[in-house]
Design a binder for this molecule. Structure first.
Ligand code: ATP
Length: 241
């Protein structure tokens, strides 16, 4: 089966500082993909290049069979590749309802607005209960639900989540992880960056370790590496990142 997203020999960076050095990976052919690795080694840079927010200096990115390097982010969104970046990027004065409606703005998403709204409110019932509440008054966990809900309204064929549980309290994190698993069961393939490898293993059997701007290791479905083995690969010995 050919991959939905193919990244080949990708180089990218900021000014004269190179961050990605010939990174190659594929996603969307075995289901979900998990990315992990030390902080500052290029995961976010990779995702920004894939979604058109950063122009790579070399290599190829293909999505659904099309070369997407040089395309505008909004054209990449129109192809169904949706990226939820790290941190709070919502408009603070919009209500939850307005954010979700904005998510369905593109011509590709509009025909599916009602069906996607129903899905989002099933996954995150709280968003329906708080429909008219402004984003600036929401907790971190609730904002993350709005971000992911808005992305689902964009009718993704591949959804990228960059550290969706960053900075959340354990109980809220568990709720959000359960919602992400729910989304994946609904048939949308995911690429998820997370430091919590246990969660990534629950989500996917296909993981990439990104280190120094390259793929340092790939764990393919069926290789069934356990958490301890992955930690040894990561650190040379067993411990949490
Ligand atoms: N806008 C920017 N300008 C200059 N350097 C940047 C910029 N954004 C990121 N970098 C640098 O690029 C390198 C890779 O950062 P990146 O955010 O891709 O790493 P990461 O693996 O996603 O880390 P984390 O897990 O902490 O999010 C870091 O050294 C970072 O300081």
């Amino acid at each position: 089966m050919s991959a939905l997203l193919e990244v080949e020999n990708l180089s990218a960076g900021y000014g004269r500082v190179g961050v990605l050095h010939g990174l190659t990976l594929a996603a969307g052919h075995f289901g979900n993909v998990g990315l992990f690795g030390p902080n500052g080694h290029g995961k976010t840079t990779l995702l920004r290049a894939v979604s058109g927010l950063l122009r790579p200096t070399g290599g190829r990115i293909r999505f659904a069979g099309e070369d997407i390097i040089g395309r505008r982010p909004r054209d990449i969104v129109a192809l169904g590749l949706i990226h939820v970046p790290q941190g709070n990027r919502l408009f603070p004065n919009l209500t939850i309802g307005e954010c979700l409606t904005l998510g369905a703005h593109s011509p590709h998403a509009r025909p599916h607005e009602a069906e996607n709204r129903e899905k989002v409110l099933k996954i995150f019932p709280k968003l329906g209960e708080r429909w008219r509440q402004r984003v600036r008054t929401l907790s971190g966990g609730e904002r993350q639900m709005v971000s992911i809900g808005t992305a689902l309204m964009s009718h993704p064929s591949l959804l990228i989540l960059d550290e969706p549980t960053l900075g959340l309290a354990p109980k809220v994190k568990d709720e959000l992880c359960a919602a992400v698993l729910d989304i994946s069961r609904g048939g949308v393939p995911l690429i998820v960056v997370e430091q919590d490898v246990e969660f990534l293993l629950e989500l996917s059997g296909h993981l990439y370790l990104v280190n120094h701007g390259e793929v340092a290791a790939e764990i393919k479905p069926g290789e069934s590496m356990d958490h301890g083995e992955i930690m040894r690969m990561y650190f040379g010995h067993e411990r949490q990142p």
